[in-house]
Ligand binder design. Structure first.
Ligand code: ADP
Length: 486
């Protein structure tokens, strides 16, 4: 499974994972901070306010009590008004406290305070009314005093209790805020550690999974550079490097093949050059030693052999030079319209001696009205020469060779074909024969050659914008055809 995950996917998914971890940590922190803010808001706008209000209520209660006492002692109306004002303020504050009370306990306590306070005001009003109409008996005044003092003490006690509860709750919330901020700091720290550890682990894994196969590829490249092909590289993942390794293996196979081809070719070419050279040396030694001094016929034969082998050597070397120039792209063409017939005739003349010796019948089937061809005559002569020399080389004694041509007016082409009744080429070799250094072995002993003739033919025809192909039936013969613009 992992072997099919591409480098791009690996990198994107790992970084996405890190982003998700950091994002979750961030969201958790934001949620914690909002909770933190809520608690601070509650503390500042409820608890602190409640403490402050209940302390103010206590003060107002004692002030009201003092004014009330002064009124009953002095009978001065000013104290009564003062008492009424304070009472009004106290009622307002108690009402405000009732709106702030956020727990059942506080609400019950406040209900009690407000009830006793109402009773306190009610008793005062009753007593004040009586004081205005008649003299109040001393025991009645004493009873009133006791009851009012009890109410004040009770209310004061309840207000202190309210202050204490509020301040306890405020302390609880402050402790909660503190714990919250500690938790928050821990969460940030943990998520940072997790993100860093994840980042390091992912980076190591990703780097490993990429760098290990790359270093194997590098080692293999060095080995190939030293000429050591060894076993093919087996890299399973990631897919990009696996494809690279597959391409690299294909390249190594091709290099190995070329290397082997080079070795085979050098040994073949040395043989190709050494055979005529040995024959020339032997023949010239014989002439030098005067072995056939009395036999001029034999001497002429040796001289002809030397000449023919020299010509063969020159042909091989010329081919090699021509081919290397064509491969380097140095092949200037001098194109002109020229007839095919004279070119073929010249070539046939050149080969007539060999054809006679091998008793090969050569036929020419070129229609007299064949149009001229746009070609570099010298180069096309090389093409016909190569095709004819191959046909002669690979056709057994007594065979037949035909050079034919036809005009394909529809395509504006002239097709020239060289057919023989020789050994033929297996189907698999029909394309290969045009490759440089390719020689198709028939298993019946080597036929000499440089393996460059058809490669040169293909180069020249391609340079003319034409096409060349081979058809053959094993054991029956072959036909090599090329087309050129008419
Ligand atoms: P060479 O100089 O070795 O002949 P070529 O490139 O001319 O090289 O030919 C390549 C190979 O193609 C030959 O070795 C031979 O196996 C095959 N070949 C070419 N022409 C013919 C033919 N007319 N009949 C059979 N085989 C041929």
């Amino acid at each position: 499974m992992a072997s099919n995950v591409s480098i791009l996917f690996r990198l994107i998914s790992s970084y996405l994972l890190i982003i998700v971890v950091v994002l979750l940590a961030g969201l958790y922190t934001i949620w914690n901070l909002s909770e933190f803010n809520r608690l601070i808001r509650v503390v500042s706008s409820y608890d602190t306010k409640m403490i402050q209000l209940s302390e103010e209520c206590q003060e107002l209660l004692y002030s009201a009590n003092a004014s009330e006492r002064k009124f009953f002692v002095s009978g001065d109306e000013t104290y009564m008004r003062q008492f009424k004002d304070i009472e009004l303020a106290l009622t307002g504050k108690l009402n405000e406290l009732a709106t702030l009370a956020d727990t059942e306990k506080k609400r019950t306590l406040l209900e009690g305070i407000r009830a006793t306070h109402r009773r306190y005001g009610g008793l005062f009003d009753e007593m004040a009314a009586q004081a205005g109409s008649r003299r109040i008996a001393a025991d009645e005044t004493a009873r009133y005093r006791i009851e009012q003092d009890l109410i004040v003490a009770d209310t004061g006690q309840s207000l202190r209790e309210l202050t204490r509860i509020s301040s306890d709750e405020r302390d609880d919330k402050l402790r909660e805020i503190e714990a919250n901020s500690v938790r928050n700091a821990d969460a940030i720290l943990i998520s940072l550690v997790v993100a860093v550890v994840l980042m390091i682990a992912i980076s190591i894994l990703n780097t490993q999974s990429i760098s290990v196969p790359i270093s194997r590829l590098r080692e293999k490249t060095k080995a190939v550079a030293r000429g050591d092909f060894g076993d093919p590289l087996d890299i399973a993942s990631p897919p990009e490097i696996r494809e690279l390794a597959t391409a690299f293996n294909a390249m190594c196979d091709r290099l190995r093949e070329l290397d082997q081809m080079k070795i085979d070719y050098i040994s073949h070419l040395s043989h190709e050059l050494r055979t005529p050279l040995t024959a020339i040396r032997e023949a010239s030694c014989m002439l030098e030693e005067g072995l056939f001094a009395e036999m001029p016929e034999k001497q002429r034969e040796l001289q002809t052999l030397i000449r023919e082998d020299c010509e063969r050597l020159i042909r091989s070397v010329t081919r090699l030079l021509d081919f290397s120039m064509m491969e380097s792209g140095i092949m200037p063409l001098t194109v002109q319209d020229a007839p095919l017939q004279p070119l073929v005739e010249r070539n046939l003349q050149r080969f007539s001696a060999v054809a006679q010796r091998k008793r090969i019948e050569v036929q020419v089937a070129i229609p007299p009205d064949l149009p001229s061809i746009r070609m570099d005559t010298e180069k096309i002569e090389v093409v016909v020469e190569n095709l004819l020399s191959n046909a002669l080389k690979f056709t057994a004694d007594g065979g037949r060779i035909t050079v034919s041509a036809r005009h394909r007016g529809d395509a504006g082409l002239v097709e020239v074909a060289v057919s023989d009744t020789g050994r033929g080429i297996p189907e698999s070799g029909l394309k290969e024969v045009f490759e440089k250094f390719k020689r198709v072995d028939d298993g019946k002993g080597a036929v000499r050659g440089t393996g460059l003739g058809l490669a040169i033919v293909k180069h020249i025809i391609k340079a003319h914008g034409g096409r060349v192909w081979a058809e053959s039936e094993l054991g029956k013969g072959s036909t090599f055809t090329f087309s050129l613009p008419a």
